[in-house]
Write a protein that binds this ligand. Structure first.
Ligand SMILES: Nc1ncnc2c1ncn2[C@@H]1O[C@H](COP(=O)(O)OP(=O)(O)OP(=O)(O)O)[C@@H](O)[C@H]1O
Ligand code: NI
Length: 308
């Protein structure tokens, strides 16, 4: 494996707020991501897991510079050591930084699939090989996105993203809607890309999948990271992970007893000042009401004052 220690992406203290209008013309800002920091190195696969609405897709959109107009971001996002400005995002998006979006509506409805897949840099031959690998015949190239089934559209998105020589691949839930063999193939492909030195961020609900290929797992909750851990700790089990929410995720897996987590994730605009998980946590004490920073622990990071 090459370049394993070269940092490709560094997100530091990222916050994302949405400007919204309350009743009348009163404006307010809804903070949906706060103090979020992650890094990914070349040749490394970082899996981002966490419940629905925890901010996973927004992190991807912030890196790519495709947040909606009313979004305000703070903090820093560095790509290969340099700040990712709007100009750089535009320049790198779809080239060095490849993206598989969560929704197939990202396909351009007015452009033939072949043309979209070619992007700006791909050759026709390379495209054919990749399309075949993903079970897309040459007729697909002449189709428009509305003519594709959900699974086909997803395969187009995946193959499109992996055609070029990306240095960073961000895949937002790439496998749902794919047949198991195709999902396996996709994941194998990610591994190949990372072995060639590409940094990969895999956003997924499927923790088993993350176990299979990730090097590192970032656990999101309420718009920020609560834990970053080498995948090995998650594999070892509930006692090896650092945060009570990570442990709860582990215990909710079918093979570990399917234990549900009582309570709900707090919603942006109504977040507690201290630990976001406190109201659902059996270890809650007064200390948990204080602002909680990420700290290093046992070769990983955790946002919990009780973790040991
Ligand atoms: N344009 C927007 N305006 C206001 N709030 C938004 C907007 N887009 C997303 N949000 C909110 O931001 C939070 C994070 O959304 P995000 O899509 O990143 O979640 P996610 O972790 O990707 O969830 P899922 O697993 O369901 O895909 C959610 O609470 C969502 O409602
Ligand atoms: Ni999402």
């Amino acid at each position: 494996m090459k370049n394993k220690n070269i940092q490709i992406l560094e997100v530091k203290d990222l916050s994302v707020r949405f400007r919204q209008y309350d009743k009348g013309l009163k404006q307010r800002e809804l903070e949906v991501i706060s103090k979020l920091s992650v890094t990914v190195n070349a040749g490394e696969i970082l899996a981002v897991v966490g419940s629905s609405g925890s901010g996973k897709s927004l992190l991807a959109h912030a890196i790519l510079g495709i947040l909606p107009q009313n979004a305000i971001t703070d903090g820093s996002i560095k790509y290969r050591g340099q700040e990712l400005t709007k100009e750089r995002q535009e320049e790198l998006r779809g080239k060095e930084i490849a993206f598989i979006p969560q929704s197939v509506t990202y396909l351009d409805p007015l452009m033939k699939i072949g043309k979209q897949a070619m992007g700006i840099y791909g050759s026709k031959e390379a495209q054919r090989i990749i399309f075949e690998k993903y079970g897309l015949n040459s007729e697909t190239e002449e189709m428009y996105s509305f003519q594709l089934s959900g699974g086909m559209a997803r395969r187009v998105l995946v193959s499109t993203a992996v055609i070029g020589d990306g240095k960073l691949l961000i895949a937002d839930e790439p496998t749902p809607g794919l047949h198991p063999e195709m999902a396996e193939e996709t994941i194998r492909h990610f591994r190949e890309l990372s072995d060639e030195g590409c940094a990969v961020i895999l956003i997924t609900h499927d923790i088993d999948l993350a176990f299979k290929i990730a090097d590192k797992i970032a656990v999101f909750y309420g718009g920020t990271t609560v834990e970053i851990t080498p995948v090995e700790d998650f594999k070892k089990g509930g006692s090896a992970v650092r945060h009570p929410y990570s442990r709860a995720l582990w215990e909710a897996l079918p093979q570990n007893g399917f234990k549900p987590i009582p309570g709900f994730q707090p919603y942006a605009g109504n977040l507690p000042k201290g630990c976001l998980f406190a109201s659902r946590c059996q270890h809650e004490t007064e200390e948990c009401a204080k602002p909680m920073e990420m700290r290093e622990l046992r070769g990983g990071m955790v946002r919990c004052c009780h973790a040991t």
